[in-house]
Design a protein around this ligand. Structure first.
Ligand SMILES: [Zn+2]
Ligand SMILES: [Zn+2]
Length: 706
């Protein structure tokens, strides 16, 4: 019914029309002409009258997400938070926890520094170690483990404090003298001079007065010096500690990773360029104990590969609720009601996960995930429908275009006729309900996983036609590569459906592994081992490709390449073709037709027919159960039996000259096997089965369905 936008000419026409977005234009559609400005028509893509495909920028998609966020707001789940987020200075955006857990860390070498923090009112220095020298500008505290043993040592006429277990690493050549042993807890509260206390920004934040030793159970002596430099504006755990101890927070970088004003000679420098100058500077001032190149796994941007920094940002979140320290079965209905994470877990439990470990992975993610960051510092994308008062901080979430029209006190006429995107949407102002000032939309756009998660509602007319929606919801089946999706797409769909309907949007979720090369390595353009789809189809054929996928357990990675394709051809496709050739040659010679049946079948005939019947049953069951792996394995086994046993042991029956009952039985049996096999195989390898069906079945039975 729906007009589909696969027609490139129609899409091109629309793209051209967008040159003048406000000009009226007419498009043909399944339900008659659609009239509107080009921009309006883009906003209607994916709606029933404008193509069945799904477009994240469509108005329906956007307003569905507005509706969802409004619902969250009514539950008190939307809030603006400060958090230290992994940040890509090149893309100028925070990465959500989801994106960083999923995608890459890289093996990188950084300049690491051992730095002296001179103690106040006490002899000697604390010795700390860092792989991110730029964070020293924002140092506020030093953490030690309360129960670890620390030592005061003399080395080259200077006095240092380090963990006893770190001595070997810090002084690899020895030459130190232990003056005293003490526990970490004995050092709590000691005050010290920070390396950048003379700069304006740390001074303004109150860092110099705050510098002290704090206790932290995560400190280890197997890395660094056993004393950890803490910069609450530059690290997640640092921020948590900072909050616990009421420490000042210093955030030194702007969106592009450039040092802000107030950091002296560093201001205006890019964070990537600061490690060596900082080492140089500390050395000049006698604070650098030692520097060394250090190789470690470091997070990088999944989009552009740049090294991430950790940056304090204001973002918007959906509250996931408490992490209660008890098993799911012991949660009270009230606790589930209060905490979104447990409601989503309930939805996840309604799903059949293939492979089964999917459920455990999804639940594990839900049990431990932090609040869901839904904002992104970008210009274009889903305009988050949050209006905030600049005077008093009040905010509200708007749930629909109609609600916005009612509340608008300014700018509606500018927005009218546009899709809910920047810049027009930002013209609309509403009245702060607390202080009466004009509230504006926040500049943030939505995290893309909001777009991906809403499909079960936005594509099924949830807002306008509940009956239609109910007919299709939930989906019977979804599938994706499971790497990462427990935190992304699977998660987002479950979360959004739980918020709106408190149920799962899909019944079965099949997660599959990756496609690797024949040696089991990932394919990378730069490694030269990528095989492009078009080339593979050309060289090995689509059916062979399909069979390779079907013959791999979904949870395993697929090994893919031309050598494997040859092997699959040799093992399966060639025997299959040989069977057909064998049958065709002799049946043609003997002018056998399917109506020439036999009264009596031999034992071998009955055996292979019983194998065939079993195969039909097993394959049907397996496919009903989304199990292409078992089905294809059984088909291979049958082809093997048919060629190695049945045909090999029946050859003489086809070869003999008299056209007797026994020969008719053999033809009839083999024909039944081959025809049934083609029907069974059609969903797996549609091209070869179609060709063979036309050649074998349609020739023998002209009345057979085309
Ligand atoms: Zn990036
Ligand atoms: Zn206000």
């Amino acid at each position: 019914m729906w007009m589909d936008w696969d027609d490139p000419d129609e899409l091109r026409k629309l793209a051209d029309a967008l040159e003048e977005p406000m000009k009226e234009t007419v498009f043909k559609s399944a339900r008659g002409p659609v009239r509107g400005t080009a921009e309006e028509i883009v906003g209607r893509l994916g709606s029933p009258e404008m193509g069945g495909s799904y477009f994240t920028m469509s108005d329906e998609n956007n307003y569905c997400i507005w509706m969802l966020l409004k619902k969250c707001h009514e539950r008190g789940w939307i809030y603006k938070g400060e958090d230290v987020m992994p940040w890509c200075p090149r893309c100028g955006t925070a990465l959500s926890e989801h994106e960083i857990v999923t995608e890459g860390y890289k093996e990188l070498t950084h300049l690491s520094l051992y730095v002296e923090f001179p103690l106040r009112n006490r002899e000697g220095s604390l010795l700390i170690w860092t792989t991110t020298p730029w964070t020293l500008t924002s140092n506020v505290a030093v953490a030690v483990h309360p129960d670890l043993t620390y030592v005061k040592v003399r080395f080259n006429d200077k006095v240092y404090y380090v963990a006893k277990g770190a001595l070997q690493r810090v002084f690899p050549k020895g030459g130190y003298e232990i003056l005293e042993e003490l526990k970490g807890r004995d050092m709590e509260g000691w005050s010290y001079e920070g390396p950048y206390d003379h700069l304006e920004a740390p001074k303004k934040a109150g860092a110099p007065e705050a510098h002290r030793v704090i206790l932290w159970k995560e400190v280890v002596e197997t890395e660094g010096t056993g004393l950890v430099h803490i910069a609450p504006g530059c690290g997640r755990e640092d921020l948590q500690l900072g909050r616990e101890y009421g420490l000042p927070i210093i955030a030194p970088l702007d969106e592009m990773g450039v040092f802000l004003k107030g950091f002296g000679w560093l201001s205006g420098m890019h964070v990537y360029d600061t490690a060596e100058p900082i080492a140089e500077d500390l050395k000049k001032r006698g604070l650098l104990f030692r520097s060394e190149w250090y190789t470690h796994r470091y997070p990088v941007c999944w989009r552009c590969g740049s090294e991430l920094v950790f940056r304090l940002v204001e973002e918007w979140f959906i509250r996931m609720g408490e992490k209660l320290n008890k098993p799911f079965e012991e949660l009270t209905p009230e606790e589930k009601e209060r905490n979104l994470r447990y409601q989503i877990m309930e939805s996840a439990m309604q799903v059949r996960w293939i492979p089964e470990f999917g459920l455990a992975r999804e639940l594990d993610w839900l049990r431990n995930m932090e609040d869901w960051m839904i904002s992104k510092k970008r210009y274009w994308g889903l305009a988050l429908p949050i209006w905030e008062c600049p005077k008093c901080g009040w905010f509200t979430v708007i749930g629909s275009k109609e609600e916005l029209r009612e509340k608008a006190v300014e700018g509606w006429e500018i927005f009218e006729g546009h899709s809910p995107h920047r810049p027009y949407i930002d013209a609309v102002k509403i009245r702060c309900e607390r202080c009466g000032a004009l509230a504006s939309r926040i500049p943030d756009v939505g995290n893309p996983w909001l777009d991906a998660g809403i499909v079960a509602f936005s594509t099924l007319q949830y807002r306008h036609n509940r009956e239609y929606w109910r007919r299709w919801f939930p989906a019977d089946f979804i599938t994706e590569c499971f790497i990462g999706q427990f935190r992304n797409w699977f998660y987002a769909m479950l979360a959004m459906s739980t918020i709106l309907e408190r149920t799962t949007p899909f019944k079965v979720c099949l997660g599959h592994g990756l496609v690797l090369d024949e040696q089991g390595r990932e394919m990378h353009k730069s490694w030269g081992n990528v095989i492009w789809f078009d080339e593979a189809v050309e060289r090995m054929g689509a059916d062979v490709m399909r069979w390779i996928y079907c013959r791999t357990k979904p949870e395993d990675d697929v090994r893919f390449g031309y050598g494997i394709a040859e092997e699959v051809k040799r093992r399966f496709f060639i025997p299959l073709l040989n069977l057909h050739n064998f049958f065709s040659i002799y049946a043609n010679l003997d002018k056998w037709t399917p109506d020439q049946r036999a009264e009596r079948l031999s034992l071998l005939d009955r055996w292979i027919l019983s194998r065939l019947n079993r195969l039909v049953k097993v394959v049907t069951q397996a496919l009903d159960d989304y199990d292409a792996y078992t089905a294809s394995r059984e088909i291979e086994r049958f082809v093997d039996e048919l060629s190695k046993w049945y045909v090999r042991r029946s050859r003489r029956r086809f070869w003999k000259s008299e056209a007797d009952e026994d020969k008719r039985a053999a033809y009839s049996t083999l024909y039944t096997c081959l025809k049934t096999l083609l029907l069974l195989l059609a969903p797996f390898t549609p091209f070869i089965t179609e060709a063979l069906y036309q050649r074998l079945v349609r020739r023998a039975e002209p009345d057979a369905p085309e």
